[in-house]
Design a protein around this ligand. Structure first.
Ligand code: ADP
Ligand code: MG
Length: 249
């Protein structure tokens, strides 16, 4: 399968703080790749570099075979191909659910209102939120808000969808409904890159798991390799810590 995203020797520093060091990995068409790792290991910074919310300090980001940092690429066209779902939903609070899913289509993709509405309704249905099109975000639960945020991202019909800990801000009883939607998307063949601390979910849906530690990729492999036979001591340590916390919760 073709590589959608390929990262090579990516670096990012804030002042003297090297947050990403020599990161390299790829996401193939139709693949689900999850990124796991402790808080502060650089996962969000990596996603933010990939969609150019942050400018990398060095290295290359290839999108479908072309280095988008070589100065010849039209950055807005690249960014349109990426969808992003954030921990904090980032919905427009003054817009209703339907509008939240239409604004980007109209402004960025220059779709007509009618087409934007049709597309928004289609994806709100996919996430089970079609009954709430007139609601404002403040009337929704966290899980419902995140499902709308996913529908909004899908409405842009991105080539790859990035998620940054989409369930971390949710009350525990709402995590399941969001993971369920994400599982359905994963099985539908969508290309996804997901930062998550939901280990059972990562194990179930990932084609590949990337473990980040202190700004480097410490290990990557299939879920089976990573969770049952991790090679690196620090991967084992991380998993042990995570599952102990999980059992306590
Ligand atoms: P993670 O998502 O894995 O928890 P982050 O990517 O958020 O990790 O952060 C990695 C490191 O980069 C942390 O040490 C954090 O303090 C630092 N960092 C992140 N964003 C900034 C920023 N805008 N300015 C300075 N330091 C930052
Ligand atoms: Mg983060």
């Amino acid at each position: 399968m073709e590589k959608v995203i390929e990262i090579q020797q990516l670096n990012k520093s804030y002042g003297m703080n090297e947050v990403l060091k020599n990161i390299g990995f790829s996401v193939h068409h139709g693949e689900v790749v999850t990124i796991i790792g402790s808080s502060g290991s650089g996962k969000s910074t990596l996603l933010r570099c990939i969609n150019l919310l942050e400018i990398p300090s060095g290295g290359e980001i290839h999108y479908r075979g072309r280095n988008i940092l070589d100065g010849s690429h039209h950055i807005p066209s690249y960014r349109k191909k990426l969808g992003m779902v954030f921990q904090q939903f980032n919905l427009f609070e003054n817009h209703n659910v339907l509008n939240n899913c239409m604004v980007g289509q109209i402004k960025v993709l220059k779709r007509s209102k009618a087409e934007a509405e049709q597309t928004a309704r289609k994806y709100l249905k996919v996430v089970g939120m079609e009954a709430y099109i007139n609601a404002k975000p403040k009337q929704l639960s966290g899980g419902q808000k995140q499902r709308v945020a996913i529908a909004r991202a899908l409405s842009m019909e991105p080539d790859v969808l990035l998620f940054d800990e989409p369930t971390s801000a949710l009350d525990p009883e709402m995590v399941g409904e969001v993971l369920k939607v994400m599982k359905e998307l994963a099985h539908s063949g969508l290309t996804m890159l997901i930062v998550t601390h939901e280990m059972d979910f990562a194990r179930e849906v990932s084609d590949r798991v990337v473990f980040m530690d202190k700004g480097v990729i410490a290990e990557e492999g299939t879920p089976e390799q990573m969770f049952s036979r991790p090679k690196q001591e620090r991967t084992r340590e991380f998993l042990k810590r995570t599952f102990v916390e999980h059992d306590r919760a």
